[in-house]
Design a protein around this ligand. Structure first.
Ligand code: URA
Length: 203
């Protein structure tokens, strides 16, 4: 048997997973949206109600805000792969437990090998803590590049937080701008012709 990983096998493995308690209450396993292979990997916490219902990450209000900001920077789906720390909805949208995140880690690691990102955008403290293993608060670490094993990691606030605290919108905008510039610097995306203005809406 060859050791070559096949994306469709990975999807099937995730869909059949019962390695933690979230399998009992999920409607769908939420794996990704965007491109399988992408220079930018965007990582959230876990599926919410609409994601659980559709099987697609970031389709609810937080996702609409994320898309609004990505669109303003001309970062379309060919450049990103959006996913979460856990692939099944924690009931009531609670933070996934350490056991749940640990159970999902092997799937995340496999997914990461398919995506081969250069830049990783971490949305919120659950993504930050699980991805880096560090415990600092997101407001302290956001907006500063972390270089690890040749990857460039940008932690930022979660869009759901921005929906509740509009003051944080400028922070998220600033951090996305740095991601945009980095993708340009790496030569994976064309520079924009005009400087985008921060959108004020939610979608
Ligand atoms: N919040 C997340 O962290 N992930 C989603 O997919 C949706 C909302």
């Amino acid at each position: 048997m060859s050791g070559k990983l096949i994306w469709s096998d990975f999807i099937e493995t995730c869909k059949a997973c019962t390695d933690c308690g979230l399998a009992a209450t999920r409607r769908n396993v939420v794996i990704y949206r965007g491109s399988v292979r992408a220079p930018l990997m965007i990582v959230g916490e876990g599926p919410g109600e609409q994601e659980d219902e559709t099987g697609i990450p970031f389709v609810g209000a937080a996702g609409k805000l994320l898309d609004l900001l990505l669109d303003a920077f001309g970062i379309s789906s060919e450049y990103y792969h959006i996913c979460n720390i856990v692939k099944c909805r924690p009931p009531g949208n609670r933070v996934p437990s350490p056991e749940e995140s640990t159970a999902c880690r092997k799937h995340f690691a496999t997914q990461f090998r398919f995506v081969k990102p250069a830049v990783i955008l971490l949305l919120g403290s659950t993504a930050y803590k699980n991805f880096t293993g560090s415990d600092e608060g997101i407001t302290k670490v956001r907006g500063k590049w972390i270089e690890k094993n040749g990857y460039l990691i940008m932690p930022t606030v979660h869009p759901a937080y921005v929906l509740r605290n509009n003051n944080a919108r400028a922070d998220m905008w600033n951090d996305l701008e740095m991601v945009r510039s980095k993708l340009e610097e790496l030569g994976v995306i064309e520079p924009l012709e005009t400087t985008p203005a921060m959108p004020s809406g939610r979608r």
